[in-house]
Ligand binder design. Structure first.
Ligand code: HAM
Length: 495
């Protein structure tokens, strides 16, 4: 019989099994428990969403990578490329009566049409959180500090935090009264300039296409005389002129010509403003480095452009609060070119990198997105922010750093019963320790004490609890500290 051609897994996806699966689950468990200890409750949302959800504020980079299709019922659906929009949609649908702030955490598969390579997949697992309902810099500091601490909780130490703020650039866009199209263009430009994906000259060339302006000599003259008029007056005047002349109608209806001309002139004005904004943004994007110095440079630029210093003051406040969270020693860089490829961010943004992963592969990313609720149909603004990390990347960083991996993930204690009769009591001791928040392993191989101590040493388990028959009536157990070798009795009241 002819052998059937095998069906392979989809490119950019992976099968996880055995030890590898255990490692990812273990990292997931540690992170989820850690976030829960800060009051973040779980939320789960569907993998399928209406594509519209991502069109509202999904923005350039990620939106273009979304797996979108039409189902049998003719609905435009997408596999979620991230959780944030879904969490906000769920809040608007069911959560509006809940007291704010809300702290939610999630974990699950997300899908992006990427060019697959090491650390970049088409299906990967995001674990993250969203904090809804607080506009205070304290919320920003909590979220950034939690992202750093969460990585420390799984054993990653040498990470690098990059902080930015989109407030200044967005404020400039607002002050120039640009159209949504021009704003989206500029946001994408920030991303491209900061990632050095494109040069300023190339972006200016793109601008010709994004905002087409080809104004003839006659149109330009007419435009100059319209300059000081209100739009309605301008319309009337052009209409009158066209009625009296056959100069450049080209057989088209006067209304059509008036409309087109006014649009062209508006485009020309807008294009000039976008060019000005691009020039400022290009200068801002170049500012990166040690926080105090970068802030001083940004302040000088913003003051010169007559813009509000508030976003910079907020960023300085967040950095000070991060110090209060004990992150003053963390390796922090400011980068005013950080835009993150998602159009919903409005304020502080951040990314975390690890020295053992390639530079462009961040472990975590997040920021503040105060405008998303309204864009998704909320009647009021809901300040919100969050972050997500890619679990596969966290695992890869741990492996690369030689830290705890599948075979030696952090366990706080190993409980050993010295005799079969002590086993039932040893199980109770292990449960008691788990109840006290420790991660506890039981010896299930019935090994000797020596073999168990050797095993604990190899796994870097800091404590071994040795239980024997006489301990049960006295409600005690012996705890051996593996580093010092010291042994002490603990009881259910004192462990
Ligand atoms: P993001 O930076 O697009 O942010 O993704 C978050 C994390 O997912 C990244 O830091 C990275 O670790 C991981 N990741 C992204 N793409 C891939 C890939 N192709 N393969 C493997 N891992 C990947 C967001 O998605 C935002 N929703 C984060 C957020 C939450 N902002 C506010 N709240």
């Amino acid at each position: 019989m002819k052998k059937a051609i095998s069906v392979e897994r989809v490119k950019g996806t992976s099968d996880q099994m055995g030890a590898e699966r255990a490692a990812v689950r273990c990292i997931q468990g540690i992170l989820q428990d850690f976030l829960a200890s800060y009051g973040y409750l779980e939320i789960d949302t569907p993998v399928l969403e209406h594509t519209e959800l991502y069109l509202r504020k999904g923005g350039g980079g990620v939106l273009s990578k979304t797996y979108a299709f039409t189902d049998q019922g003719g609905r435009r659906l997408s596999l979620r490329p991230e959780f944030t929009a879904s969490v906000m949609r769920a809040y608007i649908e069911h959560g509006q009566g809940l007291p704010l702030p809300l702290r939610w955490q999630y974990c699950g598969p997300v899908f992006r049409y990427e060019r697959p390579q090491q650390g970049r997949y088409r299906q990967f697992t995001q674990l993250g959180l969203e904090l809804l309902g607080s506009a205070s810099p304290r919320a920003d500091a909590e979220v950034v500090a939690l992202a750093c601490r969460a990585l420390e909780a799984v054993g990653l130490k040498h990470y690098h935090l990059v902080l930015g703020h989109l407030g200044t650039a967005l404020q400039l866009l607002e002050s120039l009264g640009l159209s949504e199209r021009a704003k989206t263009f500029l946001l994408l430009a920030i991303d491209q300039l900061s990632s050095k994906e494109r040069k300023l000259e190339e972006i200016i060339r793109d601008l010709e296409e994004a905002i087409p302006v080809r104004v003839s000599e006659e149109e330009a003259k007419l435009g100059a005389s319209l300059h000081s008029l209100e739009p309605a007056e301008a319309q009337l005047m052009v209409y009158g002129l066209l009625r009296d002349s056959n100069g450049f109608t080209g057989g088209r209806e006067p209304e059509e010509i008036v409309g087109r001309l006014l649009r062209k002139l508006a485009n020309r004005d807008e294009k000039k403003r976008v060019e000005q904004a691009l020039d400022f943004v290009a200068q801002l994007c170049r500012i990166k480095g040690e926080p105090a110095k970068a802030l001083a440079r940004a302040k000088a630029l913003v003051t010169k452009a007559n813009l509000d210093l508030n976003p910079l003051m907020q960023l300085a406040h967040i950095i000070q609060l991060l110090g209060e969270h004990g992150l003053e020693g963390a390796n922090i860089t400011l980068d005013f070119g950080l835009a993150r490829g998602l159009a919903y961010y409005t304020g502080m943004v951040f990314e975390i990198y690890h020295e053992r992963l390639a530079k462009e592969r961040q472990l975590c990313g997040g920021g503040r997105y105060d405008g998303l609720a309204r864009a998704l149909g909320s009647a009021r603004d809901i300040p919100a922010l969050g972050f997500a990390c890619g679990l596969e990347r966290v695992k890869e960083a741990l492996e690369a750093a030689g830290g705890p991996t599948q075979s030696n993930l952090p366990v706080d204690a190993l409980v050993v019963s010295r005799t079969p009769r002590a086993y039932a009591y040893a199980l109770r001791v292990a449960d008691f320790l788990r109840g006290a928040g420790k991660r506890v392993e039981m010896d299930t191989k019935e090994r000797s004490v020596r073999a168990n101590l050797e095993y604990a040493g190899r796994r870097r388990i800091p404590q071994v609890v040795l239980v024997e028959e006489g301990d049960a009536p006295r409600h005690r157990f012996l705890v051996r500290d593996m580093e010092s070798g010291e042994e002490r009795y603990a009881s259910f009241g004192t462990a």
